[in-house]
Design a protein. Structure first.
Ligand code: SF4
Length: 386
C-alpha cells in the first residue's frame, strides 16, 4: 500500500473540489433546486408525491442518487422526455427489472486477477480507480459497485496492480475507469499516469470519464499541465445527447486539445433519450464541431435494473445504416455490443457484402443506400503473388 493515495488530503481543497463537494444528493435538494411550484405544474409532478419519496429512498439505497448543479441546470422540467432528467432520476424499474437479473453480465469480476483490475483481452487492462462520479447515471452498467464506498481498494492494491502490468509484456494499453478517474485528486492522477508511463511496453493510456459532461469545471489548467507533461494521453468522453454539449464544454475540450490530449467519445444508446437518427446524427456532428471524434455507440448492456433503457439491436443497426453515406465518415461511431457472459466487445455492422461467387471469383455488394436493385461487383485478385 502506498501512503498518499486514496486518503483524505489535508491540503486545501482546489476550487473544483469545493464545487464538486456541493452536489445534489437528496430528493428534497432536487425539489428545492426547481422549486415546488414549478414541479407541481410540470410533467414531473410525481417527484413531490409520497409514493415517489418511498421509491426514491429504496432505489437510492441500492444505487446512490447524485447530480451536480451544473448538469441539473441543463434540464428542462417542462419536457416530459427531458434527456437530462431521464438519465438521472431514480426509477422503480431499477429494482423491479422484469428481464435483466444479472448485475455483472460482462463477467468483469471473473476476469480480475487483482481486485479492481479487469484483464479480459490479452492486450489491455481496465483499472477501476474510483467508485465516485459527479453524477450517477441510472443506466450505469457498473452500478453493482459504482457509488459504493466498499467497492474500491485503489490505494491498497495500487502497487500490486502496477507490478502486474509491469510484469505482463503483452499489455499494450491501460484504461483508467471507474466510477470516474477524474474524481481523483490531481496528485494521485499524476502519480498513476507517471508510473504507467514508466512501463516501456505500454503504448496507450486511456482515461474514461463522464466528468466533462457532468462537471466540466474539473478540467483545469493544472490538470491540463499533467496531461501535457505525459503526452500523449487519450481521454474518452461520454456524451449521450446534444444538449450536453455546452459552451463551457467547448472551452474545456479546447483546453484538453491544446494540451495534446486525444479526445474521443462514447455514447450509450438509450431508449426514449437518444434512440433516434435525428438525435444521434446531431450529437455526432456537434461532437465533431467540438473537436471530439465519435468512437463508440454502445448497445446498453444486460445489467440488472437497466432493461427500461435498452433499445433493440435492430434500431442501433438502422441508425448506423442511415448515418452511412449521409454524414462525414469521421462523425460515424462504431456500433458496439459487449457480449453477455463475458464474451467481450464486438463491432456490429450492416453487411454491405451480399455474396461471393466462386465460379466468377466475384463479390457482390450493396452500397450505403442498401437498395437491392443496385448491386456492385468486385473481382477477386487472380494471383496474390503479383
Ligand atoms: S459516469 Fe459512468 S461510471 Fe459513473 S454512473 Fe455514469 S455511467 Fe456509471
Amino acid at each position: 500500500m502506498i501512503s498518499n493515495l486514496g486518503q483524505k488530503s489535508k491540503q486545501r481543497k482546489s476550487l473544483w473540489q469545493k464545487k464538486f463537494s456541493q452536489p445534489i444528493k437528496t430528493l428534497k435538494d432536487l425539489i428545492d433546486f426547481f422549486g415546488y411550484e414549478l414541479i407541481n405544474h410540470s410533467p414531473f409532478q410525481f417527484l413531490i408525491t409520497e409514493e415517489y419519496q418511498k421509491i426514491f429512498q429504496e432505489v437510492h439505497q441500492k444505487f446512490r442518487f447524485q447530480v451536480t448543479q451544473y448538469y441539473l441546470s441543463l434540464a428542462n422540467i417542462k419536457n416530459p422526455r427531458c434527456p437530462i432528467l431521464l438519465q438521472i432520476l431514480p426509477d422503480k424499474k431499477e429494482i423491479q427489472d422484469p428481464f435483466f437479473k444479472d448485475p455483472d453480465p460482462l463477467r468483469e469480476e471473473e476476469n480480475s486477477p487483482i481486485y479492481g483490475l479487469i484483464h479480459r483481452y490479452p492486450d489491455r487492462v481496465l483499472w477501476y480507480v474510483s467508485h465516485h462520479c459527479a453524477v450517477y447515471c441510472r443506466f450505469c452498467f457498473r452500478k453493482r459497485k459504482v457509488s459504493h464506498r466498499n467497492s474500491n481498494f485503489f490505494s491498497k492494491t495500487y502497487n500490486d496492480i502496477i507490478h502486474y502490468i509491469r510484469s505482463n509484456p503483452y499489455i499494450k494499453e491501460v484504461i483508467l475507469s471507474g466510477g470516474d478517474p477524474l474524481s481523483l485528486p490531481d496528485k494521485t492522477l499524476e502519480k498513476t499516469i507517471s508510473d504507467l508511463k514508466s512501463i516501456p511496453h505500454l503504448f496507450s493510456i486511456r482515461i474514461h470519464t463522464r466528468m466533462i459532461t457532468t462537471f466540466p469545471y474539473r478540467i483545469t489548467k493544472e490538470l491540463c499541465k499533467i496531461f501535457a507533461k505525459h503526452y500523449p494521453v487519450t481521454v474518452i468522453t461520454h456524451f449521450n445527447h446534444p444538449v450536453e454539449l455546452t459552451d463551457i464544454v467547448y472551452q474545456k475540450i479546447q483546453m484538453l486539445k491544446f494540451s495534446g490530449v486525444i479526445v474521443l467519445n462514447q455514447t450509450v444508446l438509450l431508449k426514449n433519450i437518444n434512440d433516434s437518427l435525428e438525435i444521434i446524427e446531431k450529437l455526432n456532428l456537434k461532437l465533431l464541431r467540438f473537436g471530439i471524434i465519435p468512437y463508440y455507440l454502445h448497445l446498453s448492456d444486460e445489467v440488472a435494473g437497466t432493461y427500461h433503457f435498452r433499445t433493440s439491436l435492430q434500431k442501433g443497426l438502422e441508425i448506423i445504416r442511415q448515418l452511412q453515406g449521409r454524414n462525414p465518415g469521421i462523425s460515424i461511431p462504431r456500433f458496439m455490443v459487449d457480449l453477455p457472459n463475458g464474451g467481450g466487445k464486438v463491432p456490429l455492422q450492416n453487411s454491405y457484402l451480399i455474396q461471393y461467387e466462386n465460379k466468377n471469383k466475384q463479390y457482390s455488394f450493396l452500397n450505403y443506400e442498401m437498395n437491392p436493385k443496385r448491386i456492385f461487383y468486385i473481382k477477386e485478385k487472380e494471383d496474390e503473388s503479383l
